[in-house]
Design a protein around this ligand. Structure first.
Ligand code: CU
Length: 106
């Protein structure tokens, strides 16, 4: 039992140190959908949106700030670092029915 506890503690330390490193998260866009549409990340992480469509271009437009990416075409991508905690709602500039959120925690 004691050995198991030690192993669990060691695993916890490894996880904690891995989580301290900024991570990269991928949102794929296909069929006019952001996948996953709801993403939870840590402050400092990067989100990369990749266009997997056959021919249509998309963008990422943040509802709060109005910041918008360039339109990116099939096999192109756009990325952003999230340095602030919060909930960031976005949609696609040319296709406002496409919506997603990035929730950033400390
Ligand atoms: Cu679009």
């Amino acid at each position: 039992m004691k050995r198991l506890l030690l192993a669990t503690l060691a695993g916890g330390f490894v996880l904690a140190s891995l989580q301290a490193v900024a991570a990269e998260h991928v949102v794929e866009i296909s069929g006019y959908k952001y996948q996953p549409a709801a993403l939870e990340i840590k402050r400092g992480d990067t989100v990369v949106w990749i266009n997997r469509e056959k021919r249509v271009s998309h963008s990422v437009l943040f509802s709060g700030s109005g910041e918008e990416s360039e339109r990116f075409f099939p096999d192109e991508k756009w990325s952003r670092v999230f340095d602030e905690a919060g909930r960031f709602e976005y949609r696609c500039g040319p296709h406002p029915e496409m919506m997603g959120t990035v929730t950033v925690t400390e």
